[in-house]
Design a protein around this ligand. Sequence first.
Ligand SMILES: O=P(O)(O)OC[C@H]1O[C@H](OP(=O)(O)OP(=O)(O)O)[C@H](O)[C@@H]1O
Length: 168
Amino acid sequence: MPEIASLLDIMAEQSRRHFEQRGIEEPIVVGIHTGGVWIAEALRPRLGYTRPMGKLDISFYRDDFSRIGMHPQVRPSELPEELDNEHILLVDDVLFTGRTIRAALNELFDYGRPASVTLAVLVERDGRELPVEAAIVGAHLELGPEEQVKLRGPDPLRLERVRLEEPR
Ligand SMILES: O=P(O)(O)OC[C@H]1O[C@H](OP(=O)(O)OP(=O)(O)O)[C@H](O)[C@@H]1O
């Protein structure tokens, strides 16, 4: 599994270029609980960002909520009050089917209407079920259909290859 620090460096470089090209000084960084928040927290200092960060818990917004039930810990989302016309850097650890990001976008738009949302992920893998792609990607991993990758942490952050509990 790749080193987290080098993936974060790659993400920081891609983010810098992405926002510079668009003339955006500092987007609001929003991490998706739990792994996405860890990655967002590690990415912000690399970019020198100082605006308060947002945290999203999308448990209630998942389309398979009734199947997976309540997460052991549902944390409230914390977002800056005003998202209207803001540029958002949405951060997650793993991009797989795309359903988490669909849910995160729904929740974000319940808070306001951002000017743009850019998706950054530590790792992506094949298996998209929705038209969701990340602009900023630490690494693409080749995994078998019964494999998944999990971010463990927070101290230290590390990637682990695990077996999918059940096919999605
Ligand atoms: O693109 P998707 O198919 O939605 O998969 C990606 C999501 O899956 C993982 O979360 P998981 O549901 O395993 O919960 P966790 O964050 O508590 O590990 C990961 O942290 C992503 O948020």
